[in-house]
Design a protein around this ligand. Structure first.
Ligand SMILES: *Cc1c(COP(=O)(O)O)cnc(C)c1O
Length: 379
């Protein structure tokens, strides 16, 4: 290991045709410092030694792909993303495997969603193989940062933003694509706890024709006030309703929702259908597959607040949970709304919620056979 910054080499990985991934010699923090971070990483607070960066210029395409030291960016103060939010991101994780290797979970699905996001924001897409090569290169370079504690992971954040210095409103001519990595602790270090949720009747997350189905930065800025309102009402999370009738349940914060009808082997799952205003979660898609394999019927359809409330009251809706990459599955307990509060089940995590959570975690952490080809080993 060396402390010099000057050396660089061309790796065998290619970002896009004719553009190899250049690997700079990055200064590595000492093992003791790394271990101190990995002992209690939290979420999104610590970053690894390297980052991936590539540039796009109209006329040239994607150029200058490199693994370089994690460091502040220099941006022109007029960079377009800072003004008009032409910016998208992804979130996925790398998991230490029992055999000592490292794997990501369904990164091809993130790559495809990133392309859809870029197109919606009138940006040049990162070709899917380039996205995968960038993520692999970063995890490979910083594999010492993949934590091995229970339910610990390395969270990966690919993102793309417009950096052309220009204040006119039109798609920019210059972009950056970056991938950064952050070690993440167990989401529920003291055991899985149901969250309380607040139905947002004042604000909406996404409207038909808007950007709800892509991970664009502006969606999250617009969600913060509703989340604050949920916290002020004594809840953990906001639940979004459809923008038109404010009647159908869409998502919880940045996670998709499932409702369990009935119980035991005959339990059925309902998840809000992808109408264009919901984010198509990769966790959601994986859980639909796992639940069906276990013999449960899964229906994607609209699900109203009345159906939720009445189902809880008459006992037909037995469990509710949210899902996403960060938390995998989070049970929903108390529900607060201006139209009246209710509690799902007895307020503790339901059995199907916990079974599906374990089933997915077992695959991700390599504790059971990966029969779906969902793990992507990084060699
Ligand atoms: C990212 C995200 C999800 C979950 O997607 P996963 O691919 O499962 O992580 C759900 N809803 C919103 C709004 C999101 O941003």
């Amino acid at each position: 290991m060396t402390d010099t910054l000057a050396d660089s080499r061309t790796s065998s990985r290619t970002f896009v045709e004719g553009v190899p991934v250049v690997v700079e010699d990055v200064r590595r923090r000492p093992a003791a410092e790394r271990q101190a971070v990995l002992a209690d990483p939290g979420f999104g607070r610590h970053f690894t030694d390297s980052m991936f960066l590539a540039r796009y210029r109209a006329g040239e395409g994607w150029v200058d792909a490199r693994l370089t030291a994690y460091a502040p960016l220099q941006l022109d103060p007029s960079a377009a993303a800072l003004h008009y939010a032409q910016s998208i991101f992804e979130g996925l994780k790398a998991y230490a495997q029992p055999d000592g290797s490292v794997a990501t979970f369904r990164p091809e699905a993130n790559a495809a969603r990133f392309v859809r996001g870029a197109k919606r924001l009138a940006m040049p897409p990162v070709p899917e193989p380039g996205f995968l090569a960038a993520v692999d290169a970063l995890v490979d370079a910083d594999r010492d940062w993949v934590p091995t504690g229970p339910d610990q992971t390395l969270y990966l954040r690919p993102y793309q933003m417009a950096v052309e210095p220009f204040l006119g409103v039109r798609p920019a001519n210059e972009y950056l694509f970056l991938v950064i990595a952050s070690p993440a602790g167990a989401y529920f270090p003291r055991g899985v706890q149901p969250v309380s949720v607040y139905l947002s009747e004042d604000y909406i997350r996404a409207a038909p024709g808007g950007t709800g189905e892509v991970k664009c930065a502006g969606n999250y800025a617009a969600s913060l006030l509703a989340q604050e309102q949920a916290i002020a009402a004594g809840c953990d999370q906001v639940v979004w309703l459809d923008a038109v009738e404010k009647r159908y349940v869409e998502e919880m914060g940045g996670m998709n929702l499932f409702f369990v009808l009935g119980s035991g082997a005959d339990a059925e799952l309902v998840t809000p259908e992808l109408t264009g205003t919901l984010l198509p979660g990769i966790t959601r898609d994986s859980l639909i597959t796992l639940a069906r394999e276990r013999g449960h019927r899964v229906t994607e359809r609209r699900f109203s607040v009345e159906e939720w409330r009445e189902g809880v009251a008459d006992g037909s809706v037995t469990e509710t949970f949210a899902c996403g990459t960060a938390a995998v599955i989070t049970p929903v307990g108390e529900v607060k709304a201006r139209t009246g509060d209710f509690t799902v089940g007895d307020g503790t995590p339901g059995p199907l919620t916990m079974q599906l959570r374990e089933a997915l975690l077992d695959i991700q952490h390599g504790r059971v056979a990966d029969t779906h080809g969902w793990l992507h080993r990084i060699g």
